[in-house]
Design a protein around this ligand. Sequence first.
Ligand SMILES: Cc1cc2nc3c(=O)[nH]c(=O)nc-3n(C[C@H](O)[C@H](O)[C@H](O)COP(=O)(O)OP(=O)(O)OC[C@H]3O[C@@H](n4cnc5c(N)ncnc54)[C@H](O)[C@@H]3O)c2cc1C
Length: 536
Amino acid sequence: MSFDMPDYVIVGAGSAGSVLASRLSENRRITVLLLEAGRASHPLSRVPISFGLFIDHPGVNWRYSSVPEENTANRHIPVPRGKLLGGSSAINGLVFVRGQALDYDSWAQMGNRGWSFSDVLPLFQRMETFEGRGDDHRGRHGPLRVTEEADQNPLYDALFAAGREIGIPQNPDYNGASQEGICKTQTTISRGRRMSAARCYLDPARGRENLQIVTDAVVQRVLMEGRRAVGVVCRYPGGPVTIRAGREVIIAAGGIASPQLLELSGIGRPEVLRTHGIEVQHPLDGVGENLRDHLNARLQWSLRIGGVSYNERMRGLGKLREAVRYITNRGGFFSLPSAPLLAFLKSRQGLEQPDIQCHLVPYSVRSAKRRELGTEPGFTTACYQLRPESLGSVHIASSDHRDQPAIKFNFLSDPLDRRTMIDGFRLLRRLVHTKALDGLRGEERSPGETIQSDDEILDWIRSHAETAYHPIGTCRMGPRGGRTVVDERLRVHGIDGLRVADASIMPTMVSGNTNAAAMMIGEKAAELIHEDHGSR
Ligand SMILES: Cc1cc2nc3c(=O)[nH]c(=O)nc-3n(C[C@H](O)[C@H](O)[C@H](O)COP(=O)(O)OP(=O)(O)OC[C@H]3O[C@@H](n4cnc5c(N)ncnc54)[C@H](O)[C@@H]3O)c2cc1C
């Protein structure tokens, strides 16, 4: 590493960290060192369908799993997280959702000035070049290319018709004025290629002399001098190194690793730190608390007619045909996001905004973990509650940074979450049992018609639902006290020279997949830091 003492050391080159490093280093007078634990890239990362391959891939994925909990039938639930430049944006399902205005307005309402929807909308706009239709809510000149899914399939037409039949409108832009409806997915895919945060923000900045990007660099702890963070200790292939920061250390290691790193640095709940023999540098009760994630229930159906699902199209020589299709026109199976169609729905009457998100997928899989296609033609529908109330935690399980932290989701502990998941499940069945799908719908394969009562549905969800890979909230932003970790300027309470900037700072869940919001947090962090140091 060539910088003696960079102004800023950023830990983690994921969705937020990549954006932050790129925006900070736009000012050539300041130096930025970006440290990433994972590798630089993977040859298949640019191919969208790689998310299925990477979901359990040791080379690019931290492959955490949750501790068994009674609420979810004592299962270890897989918690994939990206471990390469771009972080989770380089392995994710490429679905692009900003959330609802209400999400950000409620963050501001909690005392976080500068985070209302009208405050963050310009950041979302600055971030993207949206290549689809859309009104002035959208950005047209940003580094991140966002497109509308182009795949065509009679199943999609039938699902739109099914929506109309039960009063669900078709929405041309769920990232525009209103989220509600059934829609073609907007994706971080352009011309058949994945648009990760690394691709869109770091690649164009690589030539800058004031930005150094170092991969295979695992930060073990933040270096503290009294109440000031002065650098990091890092494991690097050449041996351990200590790097001092001239101005600040910014942790952007994501919803699982950021609280882990704070605790390994002696910042957190004293009883947790002492249990693992870590000296308390700064007691902070919120670290690792307030974990939220989307619990995803996946229903699978067989299809009556041939030629529609990718289960058939990918059989035998079909795989080769799809590969040729991808190479020649960047279309077909290999170009798909995790779900080509989305629906944002209200689980009951009287709600102001949707509280359920559904993913609609033109194939079925054998298991969520392996993502292998099932042999028979089928399709998948999945739903989660947009804003879950249940709170879990992430805490270190040992003082060794190589050990996984203990992830406790505590899913379904809140009655509203149980009710909403049951209602969402029933809503999916209602959508699929419309006349519009009569000619297509085969039998319900999973869970199957035997599951009918609320108790049966809930039991099935407890024993089968997985996360949608959106852990947030573990370094919660908010005014001091109340189990918060950072203030509205993302500074760790009570410590100088240390911020957290990633999905872990979200006080509550955004209404949708979390990549767009995490990248927006990277934009916001850069703006705040430039303001605080007068470097804009
Ligand atoms: C399989 C999967 C599918 C998903 N699908 C979607 C989707 O379709 N749409 C969507 O919007 N969201 C999706 N998400 C979620 C979304 O990608 C994340 O919310 C977002 O990327 C989080 O950004 P982040 O910056 O908080 O963390 P990350 O992007 O996870 O970045 C954290 C980075 O820090 C690095 N790091 C961690 N510890 C250390 C350390 N000690 N030292 C150095 N570096 C470290 C990691 O290797 C990683 O690169 C998905 C996530 C996954 C895992």
